[in-house]
Every structure is written in C-alpha cells, then in structure tokens.
Design a protein around this ligand. Structure first.
Ligand code: SAT
Ligand code: MN
Length: 598
C-alpha cells in the first residue's frame, strides 16, 4: 500500500497499524495542522508526564498532597462551565431523523462550517489521539471511540472516565473500521464559535470551542448517549441517562435497578446511597452513576452495563452525610473543576462538611469570604474520580454481561404534583410516565435554573434521534422481554406550601427503594389511584424517620386537581412530537384524562 500519510503523522510513533484509523488521524492532522501528535497509551507514566505538563502550564493546580494526594484543581474559562444545549446539534441527512427535540444541521453544512473553524486550529499546539473503550474490556457490547483533542485537561479526564489507551486499541484490532471518530478543539473558547455536532450516520462527533465536561469529554454524553441511542435504535437496545445500583437484602438476595434523573438531580447520591440504621444488613453497590446501556439477554431479561470508568459528579452539596462514598471516591487521584480552594490547598464548595472557611480562593481564582454575594464554588463545579476509588463499587463493574435489572425508576425534580413514589400499571403506562416526566432545570446546562420543563426519561438533551420514535422504541422493547421489569416514578424534591422539602432524601431513599424492590417481587402492598399504584400508610417503612404521619402523607399524596393541570400541560410536548408520537402514548394520556374527569 502506498504510504501517503503526512509528515506530521509519520513523525509520531503510532501504536497501531489499523489503516482506517491511521488514515483518519492523518486527515484530521492535515485539517487541524498541529505541531505535534501524541498517541495516548493510558499508562501511569503518561499520566504523570501529562499532569506535570498541565501543572507547568497552569492548567492544573496541585492540591495539598497530604489532604488530597494525587488531586488537582482546574479553573475553566468563566464562559465555559456547563453544557450548552443550544449549541449542540444532531446532523442527520434528513432533518426529521433528528426530530423536534434536537437542533439540526445538514451534515454537509456541519462539516463545512466546523471544518473552517478546525482548519489550522491546532497550529502551535499538540494533537492528542485518545483511543478509549466505553464498556468493559471483552464485552460484546462495548464501543471503541477515538478522540482527537488539543486539550491536556480532556486527556487526563478521559483517562479517569474511560478505559483508555492500549486497551482500546487492542479492542479495535488492526482491521476494524468500527470506531467513533471524535474531533475536539478548544479553540479560543469563544461561545460564538462553539458547536457540538453529532453525525450519527457516520459515527462521528465534532466539538469545538468548549473544554467543559459534557461538551468535550466525547465518550460521555456525545458517544455513550446521543450516538449510542441512535445506534441502539438500529441495533435493538437502549442507551439511557441512568444510574445502575445493586441492592442486597439481609438474606443475601441481590437485585439491580436503573434510575433516570436529569443532570444534577442526585443520580450519584442515589447510586452510592448508605442505608439508614433501620435497614441494617442491607448492602448497596454502585454499578454506574450516569449512563446505562440496556440490552435484552438470551434469558429475556433486561441487562445493564455501565459504559464509563469514572464519575463526573456535581461537587456542591456533596459531604460525608449526603454521600460518604463520593467523599471517599474523591479523597485521592481526582480532578476538581471550578471548586473553591482553601488556604492549605484543599477543596471547598457550598454544602461541604462544616462551616465555610473564613478565607477561600473562589472558582475564578479570586479571594472569597463568607460575606461574599457569589458562591465560592460554581454551582456546576465537578469532580472527576476513578470508579475504582468507590468503596461500594459493584463486583460486576467490569462484567462483560452487566447485571440483570429488576426495576426501572424515572424521577425529576418537582416541587409539586409528583408523589414520592408511584408504580405504573404496566410497561406502556411506565413508558408514558417516563416520557412525560417533568423536571426543574439545573446548573448542569447553561440557561435559567428552576424552570419546569418536560425532560422525557431525562434524555431531552441526550436523545440522538426523534423523541417520538424513541418512545416507540421503548414500547417495542417490551415484546422481547419475557417478564418486563416494573416501572416507577419517584420525586425526592416535593415541597410543603411553606417551601420546605417534604422528604429527607439521600440515605432515606432506601425506604422507597425497599418498597420498589418488594413490589418487583410481589411482596409489598399498594393502593390503586387513577394514576398508578402508590404505597398506602404502612406499606412504606417509615420507622425511625423524623417525620410526622402528616408529612409522610403530604410527600406521598396524589392531588387529582394538580394532576389535571399536569396532564393538560403535557399537551405541549405531545404537540411538539405530533408527527411521530406513538398512538399508545397518546391513548395513555387520554385514558388518564378520562379517568380524572369521571
Ligand atoms: O457535563 S455532563 O454532561 O457530563 C454532566 C451532566 O450534565 O450530566
Ligand atoms: Mn448526566
């Protein structure tokens, strides 16, 4: 074969002979024109070398090596602190394929527009080639991605978040062309030149102008959710914005559940939950805290794999009471982004243990005192931690088959209407509950915080194709399930008329989980309402909880007037998705409305 690779590529020691990969890297190098190309191997030596480089350039700040060994702080550009949904595009040949839930760009236009921005974008810079694997090594379900980036921060985060380097090249092999082609460049971080474009028909992602997590760590939301959901529809599986946890009861019986909550609504806390004293003998284990790939096993059960290898969690509110396992996970070898720093080089954020220190350096690098009007840590400040730091990591985290799922949970952040927990009547009704889920917006995405929006299955920002078709795909999955897991809706965030949370949340959510698991096994009672099954007084174990019966009633109540308005307001989503909304979903709503009118 003639060697037509450019000088730039020839000058590096590419650790693969895969011709498709080499040709693509070469093409991207010709476009972006870096000074150097570095292939990442995922080794400890490489991590040390790149960390030192990042420290020398001021990209990472070393933290106190006794209090936080191996930990670093990164301060991002203040313009670049969250996902930017309005700059995120799905570029399919037909506009309809992307659906009204996505911003759409013609692929030709996308490549041309971003191509201009990428042209020469790495001049004077190093181009890192990151081979990575989403999912355990040796799993038939895992996917290989290659991310090309000019950001050493991205490399070091990908090293924590994915199985990165040689392991991924080995999975790809020397001849396969089945890999995601991710191109990323921070450019000048100008929001006017920021685009996160997905080309699902080419298994390609081009992201420019942002260094922030979900925009720049391409394995996460871009590949493992947007592209994977698209592939999942073609291949008959589901890529979901879900945590996966294991629960072992005192008799040693183990069950796994998946739960979808929007960004910054407590997935990490639920996945690492510590059961309260009342639940002595129960053991929770974490499979994953953000993404689940769900497939139907030969046994007709639903099986879940976590494609990730680390946690990219929200820092504010994390402390030894709300999430001791997260605190242990970030005790060493973690990267912190946009948190505050103490005088002795430790980290701090709003809602960490204890009183705020009297003096801090805030997330922008400015002096801060408790009298300040702005928070010390950015509300969307994050930690990146290896999942292997988690003391309750599931023994199945690397299992190529994943774990079988006993129940599916959907949940949003709702001050009103949605009760603590409700079980659907059946699969189609459960899909409906997920599809019409509402949640208040959080700081995880740029824009106003606290507005209720429909966030179907917590996938509104992450579904890589038409949302109506996505509901249809969910409905069809039932046909291949021997015994579909029951589906539940939960809400930890309901408030009293005085604006106080009605439910303590965190570890106490174990009480709700125990009811869910008992329902899945047919061993707990429930009361029927026009909207679904709910625990009656006595069904939910509230022993030892510091709540009055009236508070429990308020947290679990279904107010038919509120639900009348809720069903009414769902009409907006239905109008938006009119073209592809499955009749079953429309009928579910009509049925509920008719029942409420009776
Ligand atoms: O920035 S991420 O998209 O990775 C985190 C989140 O918003 O869920
Ligand atoms: Mn997420």
């Amino acid at each position: 074969m003639p060697d037509n690779r450019s000088e730039a590529v020839k000058s590096t020691n590419s650790p693969t002979s895969n011709p498709t990969l080499l040709a693509w890297v070469d093409e991207m190098a010709k476009l972006t024109k870096p000074d150097r190309i570095v292939w990442c191997d995922g080794s400890e030596e490489e991590k040390q070398r790149l960390t030192k480089e990042a420290v020398d350039k001021g990209i990472l700040i070393p933290l106190n090596s006794e209090k936080r060994p191996g930990c670093y702080l990164h301060r991002s550009d203040p313009n670049d602190v969250a996902r930017t949904e309005h700059l995120t595009f799905v570029c399919t040949r037909a506009k309809e394929a992307a659906g009204p839930n996505n911003n759409w760009m013609d692929p030709k236009e996308g490549y041309a527009k971003l191509g201009k921005l990428f042209d020469g974008s790495m001049k004077g810079r190093t181009m890192y080639v990151i081979p990575y694997l989403m999912g355990p090594a040796g799993s038939p379900f895992s996917k290989v991605g290659i991310e090309i980036t000019d950001s050493v921060y991205v490399v070091l985060n990908m090293q924590l978040m994915t199985r990165m380097g040689r392991i991924a090249l080995a999975a790809l092999g020397d001849s396969s062309n089945d890999f995601n082609r991710g191109l990323h460049c921070t450019l000048d971080l100008d929001p006017e030149k920021r685009f996160i474009c997905h080309f699902p028909e080419d298994n390609t992602i081009w992201s420019i102008g942002s260094g922030y997590g979900g925009n720049a760590l391409l394995g996460k939301k871009c590949l493992a959710l947007r592209i994977a959901s698209f592939l999942g529809r073609e291949e008959g599986w589901l890529a979901e914005h879900m945590l996966i946890l294991g629960a072992e009861d005192p008799q040693g019986k183990k069950h796994y559940v998946v739960a979808a909550f929007p960004s910054a609504c407590g997935k990490t806390n639920f996945a690492m939950m510590v059961p309260p004293a009342r639940f002595k003998g129960w053991k929770i284990t974490t499979m994953g805290d953000d993404i689940a790939w769900l497939r139907i096993g030969k046994d007709g059960r639903l099986w879940a794999v976590n494609p990730e290898n680390g946690y990219f969690g929200v820092a504010p509110g994390t402390n030894t009471k709300t999430n001791p396992n997260a605190m242990a996970s970030i005790a060493h070898n973690a990267i912190f982004t946009n948190v505050a720093m103490t005088k002795d080089g430790d980290v701090w954020w709003e809602g960490k243990d204890g009183e705020p220190p009297t003096e801090l350096t805030d997330w922008r690098g400015q002096p801060w005192t408790p009298a300040a009007k702005t928070p010390a840590a950015h509300p969307n400040s994050r930690f990146t931690a290896p999942m292997r730091n988690n003391p309750i990591l599931s023994e199945h985290a690397d299992d190529p088959q994943g774990v079988p799922i006993s129940a599916i949970i959907f949940g949003g952040r709702r001050a009103t209407t949605v009760p603590l927990v409700m079980q659907s009547f059946n699969w189609a009704h459960g899909v409906y509950l997920g599809a019409t889920m509402g949640s208040e917006t959080t700081a995880a995405a740029a824009g106003q915080v606290g507005l209720v929006r429909r966030d179907p299955m917590a996938m509104l920002p992450f579904c890589g194709y038409d949302m109506g078709d996505y509901f249809g795909h969910w409905l069809k999955i039932q046909h291949r399930l021997a015994d579909p897991p029951p589906i539940f809706l939960v809400n930890w965030f309901r408030k009293s008329p005085e604006g106080k949370f009605l439910w303590p949340g965190y570890g106490e959510n174990m009480r709700v989980l125990a009811w869910i698991l008992a329902r899945a096994q047919g061993t707990a009672g429930a009361g029927e309402t026009p909207l679904g099954w709910v625990p009656r007084a006595g069904d939910l174990d509230v022993t030892g909880l510091d709540l009055t019966p009236e508070q429990v009633r308020q947290a679990t109540a279904i107010d038919l007037t509120e639900w009348g308005s809720e069903l009414e307001s769902q009409g907006e989503l239905f109008t938006k998705l009119e073209r592809t909304l499955p009749p079953t979903i429309r009928l579910e709503r009509e049925l509920l409305m008719a029942r409420l009118r009776n």
